[in-house]
Write a protein that binds this ligand. Sequence first.
Ligand code: DAT
Ligand code: MG
Length: 146
Amino acid sequence: MKEYTYIMIKPDGVKAGLTEEIVRRIQNKGYEIKLFDVRKLDGDILDEHYAHVKDRDFYPEMKEFMLSDYVVPMIVYGENAIQGMRDLMGPTRSSEAPAGTIRGDFGNKEIVNQNVIHGSDSRETALIEIERFFNIKVNHGEEKDF
Ligand code: DAT
Ligand code: MG
């Protein structure tokens, strides 16, 4: 079934001029970019998005980093897009990400949170994140005109 996933290029990726390269990799894998935006986040939406790590010691530094510059939120759609995008991104720690993955090629090997890109981790979170960042409700498998 075709799935929606929420993808976001983080400030390090935007600042390094990686937006086009990342878009190319997503499209080369056969996924559609349904919506694309460039914006700065506020602290409240970030606290919600990262509620699962909000109490960790690294969060204050990560929050400052995530608010430091523009991000590129996207809605990506395609067959197995959630796991497929996670595979394209590589694991959380760029130091452990293989060459050829986005984090392996471009992530900061010392600073874990500067790992270039976010991607939803399940079908359920994908829908929540798309609604959170785009204020749009979608259903997996249901092609929609945006
Ligand atoms: P992912 O982004 O791969 O889904 P996650 O949801 O577990 O990983 O964590 C969200 C972000 O928090 C992650 O992209 C980078 C940061 N992070 C996670 N674990 C970390 C750690 N141990 N030290 C520093 N940053 C961390
Ligand atoms: Mg995650």
